[in-house]
Ligand binder design. Structure first.
Ligand code: GLA
Length: 377
């Protein structure tokens, strides 16, 4: 039986693809806004994937289509690909072709199942599915770490979003049943088993429906504050800073720089603490760390929003062990660590709170930690 993606490809391009690949979105358990400060992060891949089908062409033409756009494709010249060429979402695939230095033509069909703007890394899923597929198809021999850096380069330099390295790393390296402790200084990753179901728990993912756009400037501004704080104190990044050194150097920083740095330093410590608590199966303590992370993102880093705060408060007052916004912030999703038996009660309470506040209904997901990028057979 033909794979539905191959069928869609054939309908659009009139031939079978040479190869198909997929890469997932992610949820970050803890470690927010510290990947670009060389910190530790603890994400896991979710079971929502972006798939791609690719066929090599020998005429130097690139054609890109997606299932969201019903057999319509856009045409490009591979020799023209450099930052500034292409508009809108096609900059992601073009950026990956550019970063991987692909010089052959190709037909590319994309089927995205990771909701965009929900803070679940639909962009990384898109970039990584294509990069993983091209790496195999053209036998480029890149490692997953190299692909993570190249897809980040595509997003930074071609799309123009100054993101860190977390999303691409987990989309490529995720392992089912595990979160991944990633050291963003060198991308070394350690599997951290995450079997919440065994403890009768689950991680509820609540998409607030508030659209976040990292290109809007808030993200770049946070990143710049951390860099200027590091400069003024004379350390390479927030990773090299302890809370006592930060306090000793408080006078050198603006109030904003101090608060941003305080988030970064305390968040890095919370990630390592969470790993220890997970090893002890102390989920009450993990929940408390999630809450602390949220409060720090809300108050020191100011990247939350009223909708995310409402989800966190409502989940907590209805029995969650802890909750926090995930991803870049300014909307997107919240995760809540809850007793599985309480899922209905907590979801209803959140829906009700949203209705009372006049917000549009949130969406609920759950996902077990899933595998990273792979080929589709
Ligand atoms: C976005 C970026 C990541 C990371 C998070 C915040 O998802 O793409 O690199 O900085 O925000 O933790």
């Amino acid at each position: 039986m033909t794979h539905p993606l191959a069928e869609k490809f054939a309908k659009t391009f009139g031939a079978q693809p040479d190869l198909m690949a997929q890469a997932p979105g992610r949820v970050n358990l803890i470690g927010e806004h510290i990947d670009y400060s060389q910190g530790f992060v603890l994400p896991f891949a979710i079971d929502l994937y972006t798939s791609v089908a690719i066929r090599i062409r020998n005429d130097g033409i690139i054609r890109i289509a997606s299932s969201q756009r019903n057999q319509h494709f856009e045409t490009f010249e591979v020799s023209e690909i450099k930052p500034g060429y292409g508009n809108g979402w096609v900059k992601y695939p073009l950026g990956v072709l550019w970063a991987l230095k692909i010089s052959s033509g190709a037909d590319i069909f994309i089927d995205g199942k990771v909701p965009s703007g929900a803070g679940l890394s639909s962009s990384a899923a898109l970039e990584c599915s294509i990069a993983f597929g091209l790496n195999e198809l053209f036998s480029l021999g890149k490692t997953l770490k190299e692909l993570a850096l190249l897809t980040q380069k595509a997003e930074n330099d071609y799309v123009g979003v100054p993101c860190g390295i977390m999303d691409q790393s987990i989309s490529l390296m995720g392992k089912s049943g595990n979160a991944l402790l990633i050291d963003c200084r060198d991308l070394n990753a350690t599997l951290i088993p995450l079997d919440l179901a065994r403890a009768g728990l689950q991680l509820l993912i609540i998409d607030t429906g508030v659209h976040h756009a990292l290109v809007d400037g808030g993200y770049a501004e946070r990143r710049a504050s951390c860099e200027s704080a590091a400069n003024k104190i004379g350390v390479e990044s927030m990773r090299q800073l302890s809370i006592s050194t930060l306090e000793d150097n408080k006078e050198k920083l603006s109030k904003t720089e101090y608060l941003r740095a305080r988030h970064a330093v305390t968040e890095i410590a919370r990630v390592l603490e969470t790993v220890l608590k997970l090893e002890d199966f102390d989920y009450g303590a993990v929940g408390a760390l999630l809450n602390d992370s949220h409060f720090s993102l809300r108050d020191d880093y100011t990247v939350s929003c009223p909708e995310s705060d409402l989800v966190v408060n409502t989940a907590n007052t209805n029995g969650a062990l802890g909750a926090r916004m995930v991803g870049g912030g300014f909307g997107g999703s919240v995760i809540a660590l809850i007793d599985r038996a309480e899922t209905g009660k907590i979801s209803i309470a959140i829906e009700q709170a949203f209705a009372n506040a006049g917000y549009k209904p949130p969406r609920f997901f759950t996902s077990l930690p899933s595998d990273g990028a792979s080929l589709i057979n």
